[in-house]
Design a protein around this ligand. Structure first.
Ligand code: TMP
Length: 207
């Protein structure tokens, strides 16, 4: 039977894991092969989301854990309905830099919000849309942090303990969702990491 929609691939991992570089390389590779692609991100792909991103990453006064979580979810709801679903219906391969797993890893494992509640809220925000494949770029927290520039945003400037919890959270997510989430060793050269990415995506697309 012919597939009725495109593919949804998400990129996950700690700040500094190199996922954005890999998403860009993959988009070029797929476009060259003639696939229609859409590269997008969370938070901040829509007009509404851009405003939320500014607050989420740069607001200087204290933000409650719940307010933070709901802003990520609001961004996701808008993004999924306005951008991701239409692109999938247009048979595009959507490459999304962060999605539902980021909220589970950062707000759940990192901040300590109940994971089951986050799963339910993610379900509401996305109306149940899940990725076909999630690439998790895994690297030691110290290495990831050392790759970041000197001016860190609100989330990046959380302590090492927070970042280690996020990393462990991601590994747990991969362990619980082995058919959807594939771990990529991000402690390697850009070329080596990309060769692994091509192998995994090639298997999904049968190329
Ligand atoms: P970025 O630097 O990859 O664009 O992501 C922005 C920051 O937002 C990053 O530190 C991870 C964080 N984040 C969450 O805490 N929860 C979420 O649901 C998402 C999408 C991002």
């Amino acid at each position: 039977m012919e597939r009725k929609r495109g593919y949804f691939i998400t990129f996950e991992g700690a700040d500094g894991c190199g996922k954005t570089t890999q998403a860009e390389l993959l988009e070029k590779w797929l476009s060259k092969k003639g696939y229609k692609t859409l590269m997008t991100l969370e938070p901040g792909a829509t007009d509404l989301g851009k405003n939320l991103r500014q607050i989420l990453l740069h607001y200087e006064k204290p933000v409650s854990d719940e307010a933070e979580m709901f802003m990520y979810l609001a961004d996701r709801a808008q993004h999924t309905q306005m951008v991701i679903k239409p692109a999938l219906e247009d048979n595009k391969i959507v490459l999304c830099d962060r999605y539902t797993d980021s909220t589970v890893a950062y707000q759940g494992y990192g901040r300590g919000t109940d994971i089951e509640q986050i799963n339910t809220l993610n379900e509401i925000a996305t109306k149940g849309l899940k990725s076909d494949l999630t690439l998790l770029f895994d690297v030691e927290s110290e290495v990831a942090q050392s790759r970041l520039g000197k001016t860190k945003d609100r989330l990046e400037s959380q302590g090492m303990e927070f970042h280690k919890k996020v990393r462990e959270g991601y590994i747990d997510i991969a362990r619980k969702n082995p058919s959807r989430v594939k771990i990529v060793n991000a402690n390697a050269t850009i070329e080596e990491v990309f060769s692994n990415v091509k192998e995994i995506v090639g298997e999904l697309l049968n190329i």
